[in-house]
Design a protein around this ligand. Structure first.
Ligand code: UDP
Length: 381
């Protein structure tokens, strides 16, 4: 039995770790003992607890309660906390996911403890200087095992000088790169035809709404910039004014910034618009349901733009660039600057001419199983 530790802290990581937990339970329970550390980066019910419940993620054995006060993540305390747990538990490998501060904290703790580090969703690059890009690049530098979701991610690592053909043993200077496929695609396929229980508030909205666009906004570069956030809201209003329903599960930061930036009258127009249905963040399964049913998705989320692709929905991406370039190259998603008119034009373009072909860039839906198998094999060596 090999002991591994996952460090998670934010919504997209709970979702990725859940697919791994499911694979361990179903296929690797006699080979892998999996311990979860929750940093506490996301901690309220809608952003954390709900995922552990409905995705049956093993409860975290350790909770560091490192809340992001004033938007600053306590990096040093987190690294120290993770190191202490590593010393106590003595795992053989640390696993981190994606690109948040918790990802990098886990990577730096593993490095300090001289432990092999596996990065799930390695090799993604958006070639900007946003915190997510720094987190994922710095994590990849420290990882010894890199699980890439797409061929583009593998190519990015090769372009940075990593070789696919490394010899043993694997450590951060002698890395092992795998094309595992995307672990989030596992979920999309797993839940696609499952019956999904919906909350009363969501059911109430959906009974009023025959067809809808789904929207999410949470990236700091959009939420914390008054001009950008206002323009996004104006763009959504342009669409809603044409009697197109929009369902909008709202990230707590977006809600907070709208209260700061919009006057009471503007908030009134937005929140009481008959075609805009804003609600608290929904559970993951509800999100799967909404994505599956939506006609189109408007988002700045990395995860949601991929899920739009998994469910074959056109996606307007409210960012200047994306690390998931296959979505753009296949014309199934469009990068959209956040001017109201651009959002409107992108909406019209996809309404008149929706994409039809969604090539399988994200693997076969068995990434978690592949990752567990690879880890088990590596730890045997
Ligand atoms: N998500 C969710 N409920 C919501 C909004 C998003 O479960 O109300 C899920 C979504 O389906 C995706 C993940 O959260 O799997 C994406 O997380 P987020 O947008 O916070 O981060 P990013 O992917 O941009 O890192």
């Amino acid at each position: 039995m090999n002991k591994i530790i996952s460090v998670i802290g934010a919504r997209p990581q709970f979702i990725k770790a859940a697919a791994l937990c499911r694979a361990i339970k179903q296929e690797f329970s006699t080979q892998l003992q999996h311990i979860i550390i929750h940093t506490g980066q996301h901690y309220d019910k809608n952003m954390s607890e709900v995922f552990f419940d409905e995705l049956a993620i093993d409860p975290p054995a350790y909770h560091l309660e490192m809340h992001t006060e004033n938007q600053i993540f306590p990096m040093q305390e987190s690294i120290q906390g993770i190191r202490e747990i590593i010393h106590k538990e003595k795992p053989e490998m640390v696993l981190v996911y994606g690109d948040t501060y918790s990802t990098l904290a886990g990577a730096m703790a593993a490095e300090a403890c001289l432990l092999p580090l596996a990065h799930i969703e390695a090799g993604m690059r958006s070639f900007n200087d946003m915190p997510e890009e720094v987190n994922r690049t710095e994590t990849d530098k420290r990882a010894s095992v890199l699980f890439c979701p797409t061929q583009t991610a593998v190519n990015n690592l090769i372009n940075e000088g990593l070789s696919l053909d490394t010899t043993k043993p694997f450590h951060s200077k002698n890395k092992k790169i795998f094309l595992s496929g995307d672990i989030m695609y596992d979920h999309a396929l797993f839940f696609k035809n499952k019956e999904i229980p919906l909350s009363r508030s969501l059911k109430n909205i959906l009974t009023l709404v025959p067809s809808f666009l789904l929207t999410t906004i949470h990236r700091k570069e959009n939420t914390d910039d008054e001009k950008r956030l206002r323009n996004i809201i104006k763009g959504l209003l342009l669409i809603a004014d044409k009697k197109q329903h929009l369902v909008f599960p709202m990230h707590p930061r977006t809600k907070k910034m709208l209260t700061l930036f919009l006057s009471p009258e503007e908030q009134h127009v937005f929140y009481l618009h008959p075609y805009i249905h804003s609600l608290n963040p929904v559970s993951y399964l509800e999100m799967m349901y909404l994505e599956n049913k939506a006609d189109m998705i408007i988002t700045d989320s990395g995860g949601v733009q991929k899920e739009a692709y998994f469910y074959q929905k056109p996606c307007i991406i409210l960012r200047p660039e994306t690390e998931w370039i296959e979505i753009i190259e296949s014309k199934c998603g469009i990068l959209c600057n956040v001017l109201p008119d651009s959002i409107w034009k992108a909406y019209i373009a996809y309404t008149e001419n929706p994409p039809k072909d969604f090539p399988p860039f994200f693997g076969n839906g068995h990434a978690a199983s592949f990752i567990c198998n690879s880890i088990t094999e590596l730890l045997k060596e």
